[in-house]
Design a binder for this molecule. Structure first.
Ligand code: FAD
Ligand code: MLT
Ligand code: ZN
Length: 459
């Protein structure tokens, strides 16, 4: 049995080489704090394998010695799940970044778990393909992390979340065994479907080392519009109409007033349209042929519920409009340390929710500010709460917001996962029978409880 951290570090160096075992605080600190700065942990060792075999040997060694680990990809997760909060060994997967040749016939590609989304997008774009999931953290988030969180992003209404992109995985199980199913067969009913189980497992069941992904056609003809509304009710009604009438609908995002004011100031721009509006939709259509007319027709059919609209057809103006949506996360981060509550609400209850939630937050913590935005096409609202002076809001905010969401039949995690931040609220959406079943799966796949033991499931 390994008796000390220095001894463990030496054993790990034999597997991954001297340079890829970090023990000095200066070097490990960056791996121990999350993107928002809310979750600050610490680790005795960061280990950075370069391939599947090294990863398997590392996990086998840790399992043999019952030493817990936290897997980490790009460290852009927003629920504290990538952070070693209990001095676990930090397993960084970023070096597993191979990009295998694009399979033009199958419309698939196999990539290493450490490849970033942007690297993968660039790799397939030369072959006129896209990855079905896209999100603002694309330059840093990794394919492995996206699978582990079942990431959503801006194109879910067209292609589904990460689970729907996944046709096979290679994974290291808790005893170091490598399970590989990367043949890429669309039809393959030969037993349990490990990719589905690992999507959203947040590092608690296995380490994803490679993924076989479906590819989507690269749609070069895009039109983007920012649409202003006098009421949330009108924005929701138009969003439903566009979902019904626009086959080329590619993204349907929402920005509510306080987030619009904040992001405009952050990027140094005026609110481009409807300065006194209550809600804005950022809508993108994409097709192989020009979708402009179809889009224009659909907007005209929405009648006079639209306050104002700004349309962009060239890349430069389109990305200017996107800034109002994609820069919100950063705009909030510079005001302080947010509590990020990422929820789904049925569309019939959304107007009430948007109206009520700032009041629910104020009652829980009068010294806080609420920003609302999200992926309206999926009923996904991001409720971000920051203390007025930039400090963290009270934890009471969490229970007030998530309790209210559950009372409306919504989900307490739409796309970011449970991680550390929400594990004590999982019972709001899952029955005790379901949670017992989850624990049984965890126990069967990880009997020594070394795979991210403090994430997602409470004891
Ligand atoms: P990490 O943060 O490193 O890890 C996330 C979780 O996955 C952790 O539990 C970790 O233990 C586990 N994990 C990581 N790699 C592996 C692996 N190889 N095997 C097993 N487990 C692993 N998310 C969305 O869903 N939609 C968005 O629109 C979105 N936008 C964002 C915008 C910004 C600006 C930022 C900062 C974040 C955003 N996110 C969004 C959150 C985040 O980018 C996603 O959750 C992403 O999938 C995390 O990937 P990562 O590689 O950074 O994973
Ligand atoms: C987004 O949609 O912008 C993200 O999920 C990030 C966030 O919630 O801040
Ligand atoms: Zn999001």
């Amino acid at each position: 049995m390994i008796a000390s951290s220095p001894e463990l570090a030496n054993e790990l160096r034999k597997i991954v080489g001297h340079d890829h075992v970090l023990t000095e605080n200066d070097l490990t600190a960056g791996y121990s704090v999350d993107w928002t700065g809310r979750f600050v942990g610490s680790t005795p060792i960061v280990v950075r394998p370069s391939n599947t075999e090294e990863t398997a040997s590392v996990v086998e060694l840790l399992n043999r010695n019952s030493i817990p680990l936290v897997p980490q990809g790009g460290n852009t997760g927003l629920v504290g799940g990538s952070i070693p909060m209990s001095r676990e060994v930090l397993l960084s997967l970023k070096r597993l970044n191979t990009l295998e040749p694009v399979d033009d016939l199958a419309l698939q590609v196999t990539v290493g778990a450490g490849a970033t989304l942007a690297q993968t997008q660039a790799h397939v774009r030369d072959h006129n393909f896209e990855i079905g999931v896209d999100l603002a953290a694309r330059d840093s988030c990794t394919i492995g992390g996206m699978i582990a969180t079942n990431a959503g992003g801006i194109n879910v209404l067209r292609y589904g979340a990460m689970r729907e992109q996944l046709i096979g995985v290679e994974a290291v199980m808790s005893d170091g065994t490598v399970i590989k199913h990367l043949e890429g067969l669309e039809k393959d009913n030969t037993g349990y479907h490990l990719p589905s189980l690992l999507a959203g497992s947040e590092g608690t069941l296995a380490i994803i080392t490679k993924a076989r992904l479906r590819l989507r056609p690269r749609l070069t003809e895009k039109v983007t519009a920012l649409i202003a509304f006098e009421s949330v009710h009108d924005a929701v009604a138009v969003s439903t109409r566009l979902r019904q009438k626009l086959p080329s609908l590619h993204a349907l995002e929402a920005i509510f007033s306080s987030a619009m004011t904040l992001v405009s100031a952050h990027i140094g721009a005026q609110i481009p349209i409807g300065p006194n509006g209550k809600a804005w939709l950022l809508v993108e259509v994409a097709s192989g042929t020009d979708p402009f007319e179809e889009f224009q027709q659909a907007l005209q059919n929405c009648g006079d519920t639209i306050l104002d609209v700004a349309v962009a057809t060239d890349d430069r103006s389109r990305s200017k409009l996107w800034q109002f949506r994609e820069q919100i996360t950063e705009a909030i981060a510079v005001t302080g340390t947010p509590h990020k509550l990422d929820v789904t609400i049925g569309l019939s209850r959304l107007e009430k929710f948007i109206d009520e939630i700032p009041k629910v937050v104020k009652r829980a913590d009068p010294n806080s500010l609420t920003y609302l935005f999200g992926h309206l096409g999926d009923g996904n609202v991001h409720v971000n709460v920051v203390g007025i002076d930039g400090s963290e809001p009270s934890n009471v905010v969490e229970s007030a917001v998530l309790g209210y969401v559950a009372s409306l039949g919504g989900s307490i995690s739409a796309e970011h996962g449970i991680g550390i931040a929400k594990k004590s609220y999982l019972h709001l959406n899952r029955t005790s029978d379901e949670l017992r079943f989850f624990r049984n799966i965890k126990k069967a796949l990880d009997p020594n409880n070394i795979m991210h033991p403090n994430c997602m499931l409470s004891d």
